[in-house]
Design a protein around this ligand. Sequence first.
Ligand SMILES: [Fe+2]
Length: 159
Amino acid sequence: MVRKLPRPKQSRDFSMTTIAGFLTDDHRHCDDVFVAAEQLAAQGRWEEAQLRCGEFAGAIERHFAREEDLLFPAFEAATGMTTGPTAVMRMEHRQIRQMLASLQEALARRDRNDCLGITETLLLLMQQHNAKEENILYPMSDRTLGASAAGLVADMQKR
Ligand SMILES: [Fe+2]
């Protein structure tokens, strides 16, 4: 089974110099690696699945660091909102990290049922989380940060 993941609508600005463009593209990259790991686990190709899952863990941690260390502080400074959307996103990042740790543990046990159950839940969690960022937080960040958005994207790229 090949998953079809939702792709961004054509009408939005996905130029790589915007926060929305750059981080949405980063989400797609993480999704693709995740789906590859899931398919390997479904086929019982455990060692390859573990390698891919490790690659996903690296990609998602890098993405989270771009947000938690750079985007969220910039958004909070620009809007004065420290208990709003960024607090919710940080909490969801914690949930995603916990589920990923459970997945890596289930992969190590070669437990096919657990792996497939966890990947299903994790994928749903990530889709809902990413949609909130892509539809609300990123466009809001591009708007509120204005001219400094491009510099922030350049800093995120270096991570
Ligand atoms: Fe994100």
